[in-house]
Design a protein around this ligand. Structure first.
Ligand SMILES: [Ca+2]
Ligand SMILES: [Ca+2]
Length: 319
């Protein structure tokens, strides 16, 4: 009987409660070291959480460390060294160097933010840290900070946030009023309380930013993603040729094809046929067991372009 009453109560509970969508959390100090640069890694970490969500990868401790460091490196390489950034700069970095995109929204309303969360699109919010009044913060007086909104609960009037500023920041609840009051863009010299009211809306498709070329290698973001090249490395395979040059001429920007050397197993990326490269010849390997036995001798199979394969003459097929 008790069970039935409980079920009835559960059914009668208000249905405005929205569970946050599933998005991995990491603090900005994944291994618990809160010294620099981790102390100021809130933007990088917030971006990484959204990147993991849209990219479908898990934020293990190792992965979090690697990815946060990668964001630091991208920022320093293309935007110069600094610890804190405005929303405009973060959006620019995301749009040029990440396979999703974002935009600054000025004076966002509660409804606008909830609309994004309803559509499972995380919202990055630059905040005045002190106004959040989170008792778990490592350091007492925080000026600038950034968090990720991942859901809301209308019955309680609360947002759910992944707050990288504490190891207990997963699905932290902040009232609507707290978030709207704390929302401020970064201003230097501890002036963030005077910063503009902005949020960073995100989306997985790249309709606005697909034509950017953040690493200036002649290959647009949309084509970098299509070919699997690195959005922040102009020469992904480090063979001396820019990604854009290679794709334009039909080569793979991912493999330094002419540095592979002799006696290698390669796969035609288009036809999936596997060849043994020897001297000036390419020899088609026609059976799977042969591929395996050659693989034991000559190592992994590397995907190459048709253009590269065409530089070899056809030798005797291998059975
Ligand atoms: Ca590019
Ligand atoms: Ca290259």
């Amino acid at each position: 009987m008790k069970k039935i009453i409980l079920i009835i109560i559960l059914i009668l509970l208000p249905t405005t409660v929205l569970a946050a969508f599933d998005i991995d959390f990491t603090s900005q100090a994944p291994v618990g070291d809160w010294r620099q640069p981790w102390q100021d890694a809130c933007e990088e970490t917030s971006v990484v959480m959204v990147d993991a969500f849209y990219g479908g990868y898990d934020l293990t401790v190792d992965k979090s460390v690697t990815k946060i460091k990668t964001v630091f490196a991208i920022k320093e390489k293309f935007f110069g060294p600094s610890y804190d950034e405005t929303a405009g700069l973060i959006v620019d970095m995301i749009n040029r160097h990440f396979p999703w995109e974002s935009r600054v929204v000025e004076n966002p309303t509660l409804d606008q933010i909830k609309f994004e969360l309803d559509a499972s699109r995380p919202v990055l919010v630059p905040v005045h840290g002190g106004t959040l009044n989170n008792p778990n913060y490592h350091s007492g007086s925080i000026d600038y900070h950034m968090i990720v909104l991942i859901g809301y609960d209308d019955a309680r009037g609360e947002f759910m946030a992944h707050d990288p500023g504490t190891q207990f920041g997963s699905r932290h609840h902040y009232s609507y009023d707290t978030i709207m009051a704390a929302m401020h863009d970064f201003l230097p010299n501890d002036q963030t309380l005077r910063g503009a009211k902005v949020a960073i809306f995100t989306q997985p498709d790249i309709s606005l930013s697909g034509q950017t070329d953040g690493d200036r290698d002649g290959l647009l973001k949309i084509d970098e993603i299509r070919s699997g090249a690195n959005l922040s490395q102009a020469d992904t395979d480090r063979d001396g040729f820019l990604d854009g040059e290679e794709v334009q001429q039909g080569y793979s920007p991912l493999v330094a094809e002419f540095k592979l050397g002799d006696n290698r197993l390669v796969r035609d990326a288009a036809t999936q046929r596997i060849y043994f490269i020897s001297g000036s010849q390419k020899r088609h390997i026609q059976t799977l067991p042969t591929v395996f036995s050659y693989g034991r001798l000559y190592g992994a199979v590397v995907n190459v372009s048709a253009k590269f394969l065409n530089s070899f003459v056809d030798g005797q097929p291998i059975h």
